[in-house]
Design a protein around this ligand. Structure first.
Ligand code: SF4
Length: 230
């Protein structure tokens, strides 16, 4: 029998509670101290590891600490500073375009609403939700590849479209749980619910997952140490 909406909501809340116990301090691993730094680091993290971004940003933040400084920079110099994060030409365009827009339209301050954030060059809903959830203390459900896969396997969404997933999963839980849940789903996807051969034998939410028994069992191995950083 198909699961009713109230049943689905109740299951989503149970999943949220179990994941909260499994990953109590789940948080993003990009280093930043200001909204501008968060925006820069998040833009740089596309197709790049957070560890690599964290090696690049100290010099970048020190040389170009504000949107005004970035907007006035020489593009070639910005490219040099971020070259190791990959896609450096496009990322330079995004960083400088966002910086200019922030200076010209928002008085040099990174906006704090989804509506305004997504008007910045290089900023989509995923980046905007990172800012909302991690800088401004507002609800922000971040949908990356792990959230997409795990939410789908758990039956929390019927869609593979990130915007629809954000809306569908968000509807199941109170807004104050959006950011922590998305961080925990990312960790769960990285550490247990792999794209190929997920470790259902080590999964704390196995009893809440419709995919139980679908994936072949893997040879028993040591349980992986759980990191709390995304
Ligand atoms: S039971 Fe398996 S498929 Fe379901 S969430 Fe856990 S690891 Fe993923």
């Amino acid at each position: 029998m198909a699961e009713s909406k109230p049943q689905l909501k109740a299951r989503a809340r149970r999943i949220g509670k179990i994941l909260a116990a499994a990953y109590p301090k789940a948080r993003i691993s990009l280093d930043f101290e200001t909204p501008w730094q968060c925006l820069v680091a998040t833009i740089l993290s596309a197709q790049c590891t957070d560890a690599r971004v964290n090696r690049v940003t100290p010099v970048l933040f020190s040389e170009l600490p504000t949107p005004a400084a970035m907007a006035a920079a020489d593009p070639g110099h910005v490219q040099k500073l971020i070259v190791t994060t990959g896609f450096f030409r496009q990322k330079t365009k995004s960083l400088m375009g966002a910086a200019r827009a922030i200076v010209e339209r928002y008085g040099g301050k990174v906006p704090d609403t989804m509506e305004n954030l997504v008007t910045l060059p290089g900023v989509g809903r995923k980046t905007a939700n990172v800012l909302l959830g991690h800088v401004y203390g507002k609800p922000g459900f971040v949908v990356d590849t792990h959230v997409r896969r795990v939410s789908h396997r758990l039956g929390l969404t019927s869609s593979k479209d990130p915007d629809e997933i954000e809306a569908q999963v968000g509807e199941l839980l109170p807004p104050d749980q959006w950011t922590p849940l998305s961080m925990r789903l990312i960790l769960h996807g990285r550490q247990i619910c792999y794209a190929r051969a997920p470790r259902c034998d080590q999964c704390p939410i196995v009893k809440e997952c419709p995919k139980i028994g679908v994936f072949p069992a893997r040879p028993a191995g040591p349980a992986r140490r759980r990191s709390q950083r995304i």
